[in-house]
Every structure is written in structure tokens, then in C-alpha cells.
Design a protein around this ligand. Structure first.
Ligand code: 13P
Ligand code: SF4
Length: 330
């Protein structure tokens, strides 16, 4: 099997790695040799977060991808994030340790169906959450992330009609915060929809001093219980600034690694899912491993590419988001 066939089948080049190698050292060496930068999302494994040049939420990662002067971007995240980096830096090589690292939320909005949906509302502006394919971004007017969705909607005239997709939970949260009515696409993230209201209530009773913090991709019933709602960076910053010493965290578990690093002595409890067989790990994010990251940097594969015509259409809505965010100091 050649490398491309293997990538099609497995998502990565599965090569033997000498077990005596120190992968942290090897990755550092390759990074220097190739002028590569590693951008990692907070939901990645702790090892990947620790070797990354930059760790962040979707907005922070897009801002870094737009400004890096590295020749190679290794995106330790999921496919839509690597695509966003490629759209913003089309002349750079963008690598994803496992190209099958997808996203249930992005999958819940196939572009051909969204196009038909959009045709029903010709006088509406289209705002899409960054968790979607490059093709969907190309059908949008403005992209947003969980850290700027409210501000982006608020920056538009009050009577502006809006379609918001693909996340119905983030959309409903933005509607509540802004008082605007929006037409929502019915998509959701498989990780943020599993939290149990009943089990969180019981957990809060057992930890009366704990603050409950949640990502806006969670359902409204869960958000209603939260002391703070925010993007992954927002949640992390809240745990640093707030005086509480215990936090119940309703988002993917990867962020807890940074929360513990930033807050020695504070305790972080993952919010319980409704099904005891379920867990708060994103199966897509967790496809990436340190071994796959090493192999991808070594072989410069798998590479994520986006067709030129899609890049041309998808770039503007992302740049609008970055411009609005820069003006607002986000
Ligand atoms: P943020 O890091 O932007 O909060 O996004 C969370 C998420 O679900 C990414 O897939
Ligand atoms: Fe997609 Fe949810 Fe995983 Fe984020 S946590 S990559 S939104 S499935």
C-alpha cells in the first residue's frame, strides 16, 4: 500500500516508530528543520498540548493561522480547523495528524442541503459557526466562533434577518443573549449534547461551593444551570479569575489539562453524561496522537487542501469575523 492509499484507508501513514525515540525531542528537531508551527486545540491529548507552539480556542487558532510565518502548519485539531487554516494561509502546507479527525457538528450540515435551506430565505444574511466545512463557509456571509458569535450578531443592524448554522444550541444561546430572532439550522455537537441535568444537579448538591461552567454548544437546560458560559478560552480564563476552588466543567475533557496547569490547587470535575457508557471525550479530536503528529511532520502527510474556488469564496466571511473581532479587541 502506498502512502496515499494508507491515508485514504486509515487517515494517517502508519509507519513503524523506534520505541527508544524521544518523540518530544524528535518533533522539536523536525519543527526547526522544516520551519513548522504546531497549533493545537484545547481538546487535544495533554502530550499534544504540551508540545504545541500555540494552544487555543477556534478564534485564537484562526488568528494564529492567519499570522504565522512558518512554512508548515501542523494543525492538531479536526478537519474543519485545518481547512480554516488553509483558507487563511493558502500558500502554506497545512498538515493534520489524522485526516479522518472530523466533527459531528460539521457533518450535521451537508452543504447541498444547506444551499437549499438558504434559498428559502433569500433576504437573510448567513452566519455560520466555524465548525463547518470550507464549502459551507463559502455559502456564508460571516463566520463566527463561540467566543464572538454574540458580538457578531450584535454588530449587525437590529432589523437584519439572519440564518444561523449549523449549531442549534449556540444559535439559541445567541438569540437569548441578543434578543434577536434567527432562523436556525438543526445541527448539534455529539459531545455537548450528552450532559445530564439530573446528574449535574446531584453533583452540585455534593459540591455546593463548586462553580458550574458550560460551553454554549450545550443544550439550553444545561446552560440555564451554569454560573458561566463561554468558549474554551473563556472557560479557562474564568477558572483563573474566579475565586472558587472547585469547578464542574461541561465541555470536552481536554480543556481540564490547561485548567489544572493554570490553577494548581483547584479541582476540576467533568460534568456527568446522561448515559454512564458515554464520556465527554470528542472521538474526532482524540484521533490525533503524539505518534501520528510525529509521523505527519516527518512525512509531511496527510496534507489538507481546499480547492482554490472554495478558498476564494470562504476567505471573505472568515476575514469579516477576524476584522470584527480585532475591532472589538477579541
Ligand atoms: P471553541 O474552542 O472555539 O470554544 O470550540 C469548541 C469546539 O467544539 C471545537 O470543536
Ligand atoms: Fe465537533 Fe463537537 Fe468534537 Fe468539537 S467537540 S470537534 S464540535 S464533535
Amino acid at each position: 500500500m502506498n502512502a496515499l492509499e494508507e491515508i485514504n484507508l486509515k487517515g494517517f501513514v502508519d509507519e513503524y516508530i523506534d520505541p527508544t525515540l524521544d518523540l518530544f525531542e524528535e518533533i522539536e528537531k523536525l519543527k526547526k528543520e522544516k520551519n513548522a508551527v504546531i497549533l493545537a486545540h484545547y481538546y487535544q491529548d495533554p502530550d499534544i498540548q504540551d508540545i504545541a507552539d500555540y494552544i487555543g480556542d477556534s478564534l485564537g487558532l484562526s488568528q494564529q493561522a492567519a499570522k504565522t510565518d512558518a512554512n508548515i502548519i501542523v494543525f492538531a485539531g479536526v478537519h474543519f480547523m485545518a481547512e480554516t487554516a488553509k483558507i487563511l494561509s493558502p500558500d502554506k502546507k497545512v498538515l493534520l495528524p489524522d485526516v479522518k479527525a472530523g466533527c459531528s457538528l460539521s457533518d450535521s450540515c451537508p452543504p447541498h442541503l444547506f444551499r437549499k435551506f438558504k434559498e428559502k430565505y433569500p433576504d437573510h444574511l448567513v452566519i455560520t459557526y466555524v465548525n463547518c466545512t470550507a464549502e459551507l463557509k463559502a455559502l456564508s456571509d460571516i463566520v463566527c466562533t463561540s467566543s464572538n458569535a454574540v458580538q457578531i450578531v450584535e454588530s449587525l443592524p437590529k432589523d437584519q434577518k439572519i440564518i444561523f448554522g449549523p449549531d442549534r444550541n449556540l444559535g439559541a444561546y445567541v438569540m437569548k443573549k441578543t434578543g434577536r430572532d434567527m432562523v436556525l439550522w438543526n445541527g448539534a455537537c455529539m459531545v455537548h449534547e450528552i450532559f445530564s441535568q439530573e446528574k449535574i444537579t446531584k453533583l452540585k448538591e455534593r459540591h455546593p461551593n463548586a462553580k458550574f461552567i458550560a460551553h454554549p454548544e450545550c443544550e439550553d437546560a444545561i446552560l440555564k444551570m451554569a454560573d458561566y458560559i463561554g468558549s474554551t478560552t473563556g472557560l479557562l480564563n474564568y477558572t483563573i479569575k474566579d475565586s472558587a476552588t472547585e469547578f464542574i466543567v461541561a465541555t470536552e475533557t481536554g480543556i481540564i489539562h490547561q485548567m489544572e496547569k493554570e490553577n494548581p490547587g483547584k479541582t476540576f470535575i467533568p460534568a456527568p453524561p446522561n448515559n454512564s457508557c458515554a464520556c465527554n471525550d470528542c472521538p474526532h479530536m482524540k484521533r490525533n496522537t503524539l505518534e501520528k503528529l510525529y509521523l505527519c511532520l516527518k512525512n509531511e502527510l496527510p496534507e489538507v487542501d481546499v480547492p482554490r474556488e472554495i478558498i476564494e469564496k470562504a476567505r471573505l466571511p472568515i476575514e469579516r469575523m477576524l476584522d470584527i473581532s480585532a475591532k472589538l479587541g477579541l
